[in-house]
Design a binder for this molecule. Sequence first.
Ligand code: FES
Length: 123
Amino acid sequence: MYNEKVIEVFKNPKNMGDLEGANAIGTVGNVTCGDIMQMSLIIEEDIIKDAKFKTFGCVAAIAASSMATEMIIGKSINEAMQIKNSDVVDALGGLPPQKIHCSVLAEESIHEAIKNYKEKHIK
Ligand code: FES
């Protein structure tokens, strides 16, 4: 069902867990399956310095979360907002059609975290 890249990222996820000093947190859920993804970021001068995730979900959701953190670290918040779930899917070499929705959690959790940051820091 999953390609080798997805399995590899799932088995060795990067940036998983709590992020000490996070100043932006976004939590989203998928109403269909009930899975939850939390994205924690450290943003300094609108640049994402660090990112970690916690995902209570399936293989695709965990692989997508890990890939998403790697894609946004070092990017500006505006650049990170441009990342679509399809970009995460492409970086993973594809996901089965019935698992595409899992990658949407990654996009949404990034957006939520940045929204959270803006609410606190940009008046
Ligand atoms: Fe719920 Fe994948 S089945 S996120």
